[in-house]
Design a protein around this ligand. Sequence first.
Ligand SMILES: [Zn+2]
Length: 464
Amino acid sequence: MTAPDTDLAPDLAAVFDHIDRQRDAFVAQLTEYLRHPSISAQNIGIREVSALLVRRLSDLGFAAEAVSTDGHPMVMARGPEVPDRPTVLLYGHYDVQPPEPLEAWVTPPFEPTIRDGRIWARGAGDNKGQHLAQILALESHLAVHGTLPCNVIVLLEGEEEVGSPHIAAFARHHAERLRADLVVTADGPQHPSGRPIVTFGVRGMAGFELRARTARSDAHSGNYGGVMPNALWTLVHLLATMKRPDGTIAIEGLADPVIPPTEAERAAAAALPLDLDRFLADTGMDRLDAPQDRPFYDRTMFHPTLTINGLHGGYGGPGSKTVLPAEAVAKCDIRLVEAMTPDQALDCVEAHVAKHAPEVEVVRMGGMLPSKTPLDDRFAGPVRAAVARGMGVEPLIYPVVGGSLPDYVFTKILGVPAYVTPYANADEANHAPNENMELRLFHNGIRTGAALLWELGRMRVGAA
Ligand SMILES: [Zn+2]
């Protein structure tokens, strides 16, 4: 069900009117913001942009500062106190990916250009256009009403694009100052159909390497063949004990902690649009991976995976080389679902290897916890309603997405529900040349942010 503007309460309608009137001015602000590079991997522009954000948020009346970490600073800001109303933590990241290869850009990455109803620049969608929309939503409420409907903490990270190495420690250290009732992140693309999305969870990840060595050095496959054990065969046999041909994972205990999805989560997954024939044609697959009897979205949402990322050893160059490999390496990852943990998963891998191929070394490569917010969390309704009001169409509900983001920092360290409401178009080309954001979605993103604040302002905290 859509929420036409005519249904709007007058106080939110006035904010939407302001956002409409400021449309061009807001695009000008986005253009100006995108001119500033802030490339975390290359340490370019980070200090300048974090300082610029502190000024921007201070001008709104927020208590804002750039808080140093062992890496790039976190911009943290708190709005004026609104008694008895919820506190929302709006998370985003001000760093961007490196723009290379520069020659692939139609217009330069830090000279924002508008064409075809889109703004083209590095950071347009990932993530400056999206968190600026949130900031402009705050500004619009303040411009119209002089106050905010709820309490707001803005947290903008400066090293998301290099894997958020310090956000967990930061959240532990500043848990008191980050105390909120929910976290909302505007990042990522909407559905390719153009429908908006609300995401409630992410899978986690654990990485490891298997290393086999069978002799001091590679040898002649004729002179030593039949005498010297082959390191690649050692890994091939070991790997074959870890996953069965029917697709099920055979590592003992790995899936023990898995919490099966609720009926509501299953139903939400089953309700997502899917054109399987088109998916197969677009990707060039002739079938889905085993097991066959699994619904499409269940595969990425509710089940762990075991993936061989690469298997290396011996000779892979042109022509032939009759070599007998003395060493081999398999790089692997496991995607984790609630309530698996990287430590638990890697302990199971180690125990499995100790049993089946004790001569193989397991190297733990670390990982990330999964995260899931219940579909019936008390803020789910307001978040969904805000997206529907702002975007003009009901969002698709993703109980979990297949990839891994550090949402556990919010759900497990801060202990609050976490939602992701992407504002960018599906073809935003984030991390790639010619990154862009549809101006229509930037505008609707500001509306969504404004509607979120308004929805939260109708709620009381304290009453459980
Ligand atoms: Zn990114």
